[in-house]
Ligand binder design. Structure first.
Ligand code: BES
Ligand code: ZN
Ligand code: ZN
Length: 473
């Protein structure tokens, strides 16, 4: 059960957490002299020290100077560790710290660690969590910001964790509509008929093997006080399940996690909820093309030539390279908004995972380097990290077809970059591509990221857009 911190001036809990940076400061916080002396004597022993007394728990967390991303991350991780330690042994807890940043980071890790996807358990009593209330002693800590970011992230996780037996493309659109109610976001869902009349050939081709219709969801946040004149457009890959299609994924277990293939869509939808909750002074539009990718009766086939939304013809050489087919149409659609910047997020390639694993996403693009630098900075600040790869035109050569304008398959190397170059062809605006295939979904637990859907991209992009709203800082 998700727990989120609230301010309380007179919280009654006997369970206390103190975040302290030096031994000499312990006594400023802990009134009970014996307890303070206990922690002073244990100061050197590790980051987290717990004292269980008859009346309750007192936990001391050693924090470093919070001027470096990795020290900030250590506080988030301490939040996750302590949540796991105490979740089934107390009902409430109060967090005290030397500064608000420490409280905010700690609460972020603590809340995100409390997320679990329990919808499909029939016996809810199996849940061992007793902890319900988390208080902070500081009135000035920005809990609204942290809680909004956590809400957006866990919603994104829920979407990723939902199997395709529930979350079809239409359901994804419905979930977005429902979540956007009373947020100030405007949502429009284009149905199959409209997608056909718009001639979104890429999205329709991938959808051909499916018995469920595709959707194309447009989410708009337009703050009256927007600091940007031209919108920022976000595009998210919404493949609600990827079997590979006729180019079927080779082994059964390579498909196990493919419900996560709408992780980019979940990241962008989550980001939109986050920026609305934070009321950011921006104009942002998210585009979410969605379908499953299956080898059904009329499935698109290797060798097919598809005419995309912008008229480009694409020779399909592997139906498992479907993400770029649906994203290309959405990127081309974004041109009508004349965006100042287009960003996409997608669980696009196994190559991205092989290159840098699950600790970061691959970022690349033709946007001015200062925009990409800002993205990298947001990645470090949130630890929803990104690593930049080259985006030279040389990589585009591989995407040229002998019988059509482009083909959807590159050579054996640098698949995440050739995929990015394919996508670049479809947008006329400064472009940033984020391949989140590595961190979007974890098969084993990692601190506050948990297992399953992580919400990768949400904290990154909310931070990036917050920086944009503040003039790029
Ligand atoms: N959805 C996959 C990529 C993926 C892999 C996501 C691992 C999450 C974890 C994508 O549609 C895909 O199958 N890509 C192919 C592209 C190839 C055929 C050019 C790949 O990376 O193997
Ligand atoms: Zn695929
Ligand atoms: Zn895919």
């Amino acid at each position: 059960m998700l727990v989120q911190a609230k301010y309380s001036s007179k919280a009654s809990s006997v369970n206390q957490i103190y975040l302290v940076s030096s031994k000499s400061k312990i006594k400023n916080f802990i009134e009970d002299k014996a307890v303070a002396a206990h922690f002073e004597s244990k100061w050197k022993e590790g980051t987290i020290t717990t004292l269980d007394s008859i009346s309750g728990k007192t936990i001391l967390v050693k924090i470093e100077k919070l001027d470096q991303p990795k020290n900030k991350e250590a506080v988030r991780k301490a939040g996750a560790t302590i949540f796991k330690q105490i979740q089934s042994s107390c009902k409430d807890v109060i967090i005290n710290a030397e500064n608000d940043l420490a409280i905010e980071l700690f609460c972020e890790g603590f809340s995100l660690a409390s997320y679990s996807f329990t919808k499909y358990f029939t016996d809810k009593s199996k849940q061992k969590q007793t902890l319900k209330d988390v208080y902070v002693a500081s009135k000035s800590a920005d809990l609204k910001r942290i809680n909004s970011i956590v809400d957006a992230t866990v919603w994104s996780r829920d979407l990723v964790n939902e199997p395709v037996s529930y979350l079809t493309a239409e359901k994804l659109a419905e979930e977005i509509l429902k979540k956007a109610e009373n947020t100030g976001l405007k949502v429009e869902v284009l149905t199959k008929q409209k997608i056909k009349s718009l001639k979104m050939g890429g999205l329709l081709a991938v959808n051909k093997g499916s018995i469920d219709p595709p959707t194309f969801t447009i989410i708009e946040w337009k703050n009256k006080k927007a600091v940007n004149k031209k919108p920022i457009v976000l595009v998210g890959k919404g493949v609600v399940y990827d079997t590979g299609g006729l180019s079927l994924k080779p082994t059964a277990n390579s498909m196990d996690m493919m419900k996560c293939d709408m992780g980019g869509a979940a990241a962008m939808a989550g980001t939109m909820m986050g920026i609305a909750a934070l009321n950011l002074p921006l104009h942002v539009i998210a585009l979410i093309p969605a379908t499953d990718n299956r080898p059904g009766g009329n499935a698109y086939a290797p060798g097919d030539v598809i005419t995309m939304f912008n008229g480009t013809t694409v020779e399909v050489l592997n139906t498992d390279a479907e993400g770029r087919m649906i994203l290309a149409d959405a990127l081309a659609y974004s041109n009508k908004y004349n965006p100042e910047l287009v960003i996409d997020a997608a669980t696009l390639t196994g190559a991205a995972v092989r290159a840098i694993g699950t600790f970061a996403s691959c970022v690349m693009g033709n946007a001015p380097q200062k925009e990409i630098d800002l993205m990298i900075e947001s990645g470090m600040d949130t630890y929803d990290r990104v690593v930049q790869l080259p985006f030279w035109d040389d990589y585009f050569e591989e995407m040229k077809s002998k019988i059509a304008d482009l083909k959807n398959l590159g050579g054996p190397y640098a698949g995440m970059i050739t995929a990015g170059k394919f996508l670049e062809h479809f947008t006329d605006s400064p472009y940033i591509h984020i391949d989140i295939a590595g961190p979007a979904y974890l098969t084993s637990e990692d601190s506050y990221r948990g297992t399953g859907g992580t919400g990768a991209g949400v904290r990154l992009l909310i931070d990036f857009l917050t920086k944009k709203a503040n003039g790029g800082k």
